[in-house]
Design a protein around this ligand. Structure first.
Ligand SMILES: Nc1ncnc2c1ncn2[C@@H]1O[C@H](COP(=O)(O)OP(=O)(O)O)[C@@H](O)[C@H]1O
Ligand SMILES: O=P(O)(O)OC[C@H](O)CO
Length: 501
């Protein structure tokens, strides 16, 4: 049996390849950022060809760095930014248009129109899909593409145009592209399109009709862990592709949250809190999503409740790139530590409207509470605190929906190295925040899914053994201070609502 498993993590800002050993330790890795394209306010696109090129590069580089032959790698798992929609031609492999990224807001008018057409309003498709109408999900992005890209609808109806999220695009290319590439996705990614019925786990005819999407262009929906085929590209020839998971579900698996009630929060571009609800499909009444957590081979599907927050780490990048207040993302911690508190300032980063638990496409960013006292140190604090407050809002919604209180929060993602943020998170949450030893849980989850399918890992206990705590943050804040901060946040967030007409 080969010694390692690999994962390709196609994320919002970069693509990574990480190779793990059986204990979940990193053997080798490579990462490459791609361009963020903003053609108009509220629009966000990626170039799919650039991402495919980067994928090949990072896989090749990870192999070179680790001096790995293909025989060393038992299987590869794919994980990806979810919802981001791409359409390409089956014969040439050429995309018809840039990928429309999950944060993109161009479908806001469609959201309003679709909601107005139904007495259920924004919850029109919630029963079947677990999702409210929002700019976030793929279905309306695909409708926009079909309605706006010349010739695409005809090609889709004729079977020449293919749709996918980034997992499908990468897998199709890895398995031969125009020469027999496999057109498939997994249940977790499919659950984010708003085109799949959560109960049947198949594309739903009523939804396809409502969104005007021809079935011929959709990928086949498969479990998250099984051997789908082998890589044809020369970067990893012959290696089985044996796992596909949306990146937030992959992190849930990487954190080994296999029991109902276990939850994790991933702090990256946005924040995504997922709680495993087992085989039970649990509807939300508090503004969360019901989504597929994972489906392992020959096992029943597991569902999750999810609180998605669009902008957290992206706000740190904004401070760096748009205002130039910091040079590197990591500089924010020392700048924030230069002051004692937020100086009365609150930053609501509603750049893509607000996601959970509010789902308001018309919200826009607000900085509230400014006085001449406020310095860039206070702003840096307000930026970090915004991540923690948004997380508190989804935790409280989750506790209400699930009817249990979260005893502790497992965390991961690029922002958790910021100990000021993690301490503040524990303070305003009033509960322990637990950082695992391995924080690259997204790639790890995809590697676990692939490893399980090929027998590299025997069972879930093999995976559970690999999880361990690096650090736990406990709350040290008094109740009055916490309540005051949360009141300030609540006032600020209400001021962001209804901005866009
Ligand atoms: N020390 C830090 N403090 C706060 N935010 C940080 C820090 N280091 C990185 N980040 C943020 O974390 C994000 C990157 O995390 P990552 O998990 O790689 O995100 P993604 O998978 O969404 O691309 C960026 O948005 C960056 O601004
Ligand atoms: O690529 P990330 O880590 O920013 O995750 C993005 C999410 O999958 C969007 O739903």
């Amino acid at each position: 049996m080969p010694t390692y498993v690999a994962a390709i993590d196609q994320g919002t800002t970069s693509t990574r390849c990480i190779v793990f050993d059986r204990q979940g330790q990193i053997i080798s890795q490579a990462q490459k950022e791609h361009k963020q394209i903003y053609p108009q306010p509220g629009w966000v696109e990626h170039d799919p060809e650039e991402i495919w090129k980067n994928t090949l590069e990072v896989v090749a580089l990870a192999r070179i760095k680790g001096k790995l032959s293909t025989a060393d790698i038992a299987a590869v798992g794919i994980t990806n930014q979810r919802e981001t929609a791409v359409v390409w031609n089956r014969k040439t492999g050429k995309p018809y248009y840039n990928a429309i990224v999950w944060q993109d807001m161009r479908t806001a008018d469609l959201v309003a129109r679709f909601a107005a057409d139904s007495p259920a309003g924004q919850d029109r498709f919630r029963e079947k899909t677990g999702l409210p109408l929002a700019t976030y999900f793929s279905g309306l992005k695909l409708k926009w593409l079909l309605d706006n890209v010349p010739g695409l609808r005809e090609d889709a109806e004729g079977g020449d145009a293919l749709f996918g999220n980034m997992d499908s695009f990468v897998v199709w290319n890895l398995t031969g592209g125009p020469n027999g590439g496999l057109h498939l996705t997994d249940v977790t990614n499919a659950s984010r399109t708003q085109l799949m019925d959560l109960r049947t786990l198949d594309w739903d005819n009523d939804l396809l009709e409502a969104f005007g999407v021809p079935r011929t262009m959709l990928p086949q929906i498969r479990p998250s862990s099984e051997v789908y085929g082998t890589v044809q590209s020369e970067v990893l020839p012959g290696v089985p592709i044996a796992g596909i998971l949306g990146d937030q579900q992959a992190a849930l698996v990487g954190q080994t949250c296999f029991e109902p009630g276990q939850a994790k929060n991933t702090y990256g571009t946005g924040c995504f809190l997922l709680m495993n609800t087992g085989t039970e499909l649990r509807p939300s009444t508090c503004g969360l999503l019901t989504t597929v957590a994972y489906q392992f081979q020959n096992e029943p599907v597991h569902y999750a409740l999810e609180g998605s927050v669009a902008i957290t780490g992206a706000l740190v990048q904004w401070l760096r790139d748009n205002l130039g207040i910091i040079k590197k993302s990591t500089d924010i911690e020392s700048l924030a530590r230069s002051v004692d508190d937020n100086g009365g300032t609150y930053f609501v980063p509603a750049f893509s409207g607000l996601y959970a638990p509010h789902w308001k496409s018309d919200a826009r960013g607000v900085i509230a509470g400014l006085t001449r006292f406020v310095t860039k140190g206070h702003l840096a604090r307000a930026v970090l605190e915004a991540t923690a407050y948004q997380t508190v809002d989804v935790v409280r919604a989750m506790e209400q929906d699930a009817g249990v209180s979260l005893r502790s929060l497992r965390v991961d993602g690029g922002m958790v190295i910021n100990s000021l943020l993690m301490q503040f998170q524990a303070d305003v949450l009033n509960g322990p925040v637990v950082c695992p030893r391995m924080t690259e849980t997204t790639a790890l989850g995809a590697a676990y899914a692939a490893g399980l399918a090929v027998g590299y890992y025997k069972n879930l206990d093999d995976l559970r053994q690999n999880w361990g705590v690096a650090r736990t943050y406990e709350s040290t804040m008094d109740d009055a201070q916490r309540a005051k901060l949360m009141r300030g946040w609540q006032k600020a967030i209400e001021r962001s609502f209804g901005w866009e007409e």
